[in-house]
Design a protein around this ligand. Structure first.
Ligand code: 5GP
Ligand code: ZN
Length: 127
């Protein structure tokens, strides 16, 4: 871990982390995909007809915490996200894969996650 560097970000310990609780099935979620490395589930407050979150099972608070040792995991997360978007029918019409890093960028849960958003027109630039 990071020696308490993120103590003020609420959810920096695995024990307290909301998404670790979802991984451990302590909090229910509508699971879209699961394997040994990642879990994908539907967002509780969807911002589009499709709003799936894909997370590593390894607790990493932000994108900044990814190291070279996480190369395969990071690749797997992104590839799976694209497969989920395709499965849900968004390959041709388009979709957005987005990860917010740190509070100012909109990160509220400090366990790395990619949002897969699709099913409506998405504006750019984001707010
Ligand atoms: P962030 O703002 O950190 O990028 O995204 C966190 C996302 O987690 C938000 O879109 C929020 O709606 C979602 N979320 C927060 N709590 C829960 C929960 O208990 N279950 C599910 N499925 N999604 C959650
Ligand atoms: Zn976690």
């Amino acid at each position: 871990m990071d020696g308490g560097r993120r103590e003020n970000q609420g959810c920096w310990r695995m024990k307290d982390c909301l998404f670790c609780k979802i991984i451990r099935k302590e909090i229910p979620a509508r699971v879209q995909y699961e394997d040994e490395q990642v879990l994908a589930f539907h967002d509780i407050n969807p911002q589009a007809p499709t709003h799936v979150l894909i997370i590593p099972k390894k607790h990493l608070p932000t994108l900044n915490d990814l190291g070279r040792e996480d190369r395969d995991l990071a690749g797997h997360l992104i590839l799976k996200a694209t497969e989920i978007a395709k499965e849900l029918g968004h390959a041709d019409e388009g979709y957005r894969l987005v990860a917010n890093c740190q509070e100012a960028a909109g990160q509220a849960v400090f366990h790395i996650h990619f949002h897969v958003l699709g099913g409506r027109r998405l504006s750019w630039p984001p707010g």
